[in-house]
Unconditional design. Structure first.
Length: 595
């Protein structure tokens, strides 16, 4: 099962300037909506800063007159209402434009991460559970989207408000403005403190969420094994362990957020209000000057706005942290190094295959050791040997799923390392022991949506491999719906569909990985007949569990512990009476005893 692993390198990753700049560049891909959003948010701030001055005018100029001008008061009141309503409309419009930016960035990121994922070699997925990849593509990109709407709009609004308030106060009372600057610097210090301690726990939360997704995905895929072997408690304990680690970090973040948000802001607000009273009281006593009600209103309103916007920043700090950490996870997958795939395009491959002094290891121990053999175009070669002997590794190298540490794989005398993987695979077809079917129809699983393969060609391919066994009891025939992995079809039906898929793509090189091992004897006879048609004129490499399927191969290679132990055709190896002879006799005896 998934190991709740070591993500220490991720956990310690700080918020980097390059990550922020990269997120900004994504936003600038949709600059029209971005600039409109910023413009309307700035307009909303302008309206918000104007409103207190309108009230000040009413209080200090109009209401203190001996004869109050109702007309002027109503006009100023209407102007106040216009300013307030305009602020709300501008804020709504700005947030709407930023929402468009957010949705567009998420779409762009998901497209790029999906493309990046498909460029990775198979070795990448050996160490990256599918659930973690799904979590990065869905959960993490969605978290990044919050950055552009909730976080960016709040931060932009707050910064402009704070700068506007300080600028306005500089014109009214420079000394009081400097006191407000001191409060702002105190806020910045608190933000830096929070950022330093919160980053680590946000990384843990994102990592554990990815592990939870991976564990859920793996459990669903293997639910029959879990239930058959009574593993429910063990899986539940593993899930709880990962979930508790996530909750522990969430709780630490909550404590940090609670301590630094409303509590500290409310305390500072109280001190600031007391300071303002003392400030005006001091000058009133010193200079015997009265401060107007309107002026007091402006000061109190701006001071309240200053704390309100600072509080808004604190409220969005956790979301900003989560969004940036999520972005780092997305960038990590996007930037995963792709092994050099070669640059030359292969053309008109005939099908000559040669392995020269190949040694290969998945990790440290070599599973193939000094392998040398050659297959001429149109020949069939059988690969036999016990589990772990290296048969599948040879096919993995031929498909460019992996690269050898030593030696060369050549196709038509061209080193595969110099050729692009896609141009090589274009001439190859593969049928696996456990065929994989995608959600869709039988037809789409044969064509794989290749426009070059028509419906007629797909139907002909299915017919040639004995397709009546597939479609006989299916109401919609070749248009029958296929669920994930083809779980509603029998093993034989799935295998025949994969044979039809290979035949329809008309490969020059055909790879059969124990393609008949999971098929019953009746279906096997149908598949054997189809294989003869499929293999005709093609270079074919067959991993054979049942040695009877490769009796007519041009060459048979017996592998043992990563080395070639015996090589020759069936008759030559039988005459030699070595390991192959023993295996063939054992299978023949077993077949006779079953009859």
């Amino acid at each position: 099962m998934t190991n709740p692993s070591n993500n220490k390198s991720n956990i310690q990753t700080p918020i980097r300037k390059e990550d922020i700049l990269r997120l900004v560049r994504y936003a600038f891909l949709f600059k029209k909506n971005l600039f409109l959003g910023i413009l309307f948010l700035l307009l909303a701030v302008g309206f918000g800063l104007l409103s207190p001055f309108i009230v000040k005018q009413i209080m200090d100029k109009e209401l203190v007159q001996a004869t109050v001008s109702i007309g002027k008061v109503l006009l100023l009141a209407a102007l106040f209402m216009f300013s307030d309503l305009g602020g709300h409309i501008a804020k709504f419009t700005g947030n709407y434009q930023l929402q468009i930016v957010s949705v567009s960035v998420i779409e762009k990121m998901r497209d790029e991460i999906f493309v990046a994922m498909q460029k990775q070699k198979v070795a990448f997925f050996d160490n990256m559970p599918a659930g973690k990849i799904v979590s990065k593509i869905t959960n993490d990109t969605a978290a990044v989207g919050d950055l552009y709407v909730t976080v960016f709009s709040q931060f932009l609004t707050s910064i402009v408000y704070i700068l506007g308030i300080i600028t306005a106060l500089l014109f009214i009372d420079p000394l009081f403005a400097l006191l407000c600057v001191g409060i702002v610097f105190l806020f910045v210090g608190i933000v830096r403190f929070y950022t330093h301690y919160a980053t680590k726990h946000n990384h843990i939360v994102r990592d554990k969420l990815s592990e939870i997704n991976a564990l859920i995905n793996e459990t669903i895929q293997g639910i029959s094994i879990v239930q058959a072997f009574g593993g429910e408690k063990r899986i539940t304990d593993e899930f709880e362990e990962v979930n508790q680690a996530r909750v522990a970090s969430e709780n630490k973040l909550l404590i940090l957020e609670s301590a630094l948000s409303h509590n500290i802001i409310d305390a500072l607000r109280s001190f600031a209000m007391m300071g303002m009273v003392a400030y005006f009281g001091y000058f009133a006593l010193k200079d015997h000057t009265n401060v107007s009600v309107g002026t007091i209103y402006v000061y109190m309103n701006y001071l309240a706005l200053l704390f309100q916007q600072s509080n808004g920043v604190f409220d969005k700090m956790p979301l900003m942290q989560r969004s940036i950490v999520a972005a780092q996870h997305v960038f990590e997958l996007m930037d995963s190094p792709v092994e050099e795939q070669g640059k030359k395009q292969s053309e008109n491959i005939r099908g000559d295959v040669r392995f020269e002094n190949i040694s290969f290891a998945y990790n440290e121990e070599f599973v193939l050791k000094d392998i040398n053999f050659e297959v001429k175009a149109g020949q069939t070669i059988g690969l036999v040997g016990h589990t772990g002997s290296g048969k599948s590794s040879i096919l993995n190298l031929l498909m460019k799923f992996y690269s050898p540490q030593k030696g060369r794989v050549l196709i038509d005398n061209q080193d595969m390392q110099e050729l692009t993987a896609q141009s090589v695979r274009e001439y190859m077809g593969i049928v696996l022991q456990e065929p994989y079917l995608f959600t869709g129809t039988i037809l789409s699983n044969i064509t794989l949506d290749n426009p070059a393969i028509t419906r007629e060609k797909a139907e002909e391919a299915l017919r040639m491999v004995g397709g009546e066994l597939v479609t006989a009891n299916l109401k919609d025939g070749i248009d029958e719906k296929v669920v994930e992995r083809g779980s509603t079809l029998s093993a034989g039906q799935r295998q025949l569909i994969s044979f039809a898929r290979a035949l329809a793509h008309d490969p020059r090189i055909l790879i059969l990985d124990e393609a008949t091992s999971s098929i019953d004897s009746e279906t096997e006879q149908v598949v054997q007949n189809a294989m003869k048609v499929l293999m005709q004129g093609r270079t074919t490499l067959v991993i054979a569990h049942r040695l009877s399927t490769i009796r007519n191969a041009d060459k048979i290679i017996l592998l043992d512990k990563g080395k070639i132990l015996e090589e020759g055709n069936h008759d030559q190896l039988i005459e030699k009476q070595g390991k192959y002879y023993e295996m063939y006799q054992a299978q023949s005896s077993g077949n006779h005893s079953k009859q």
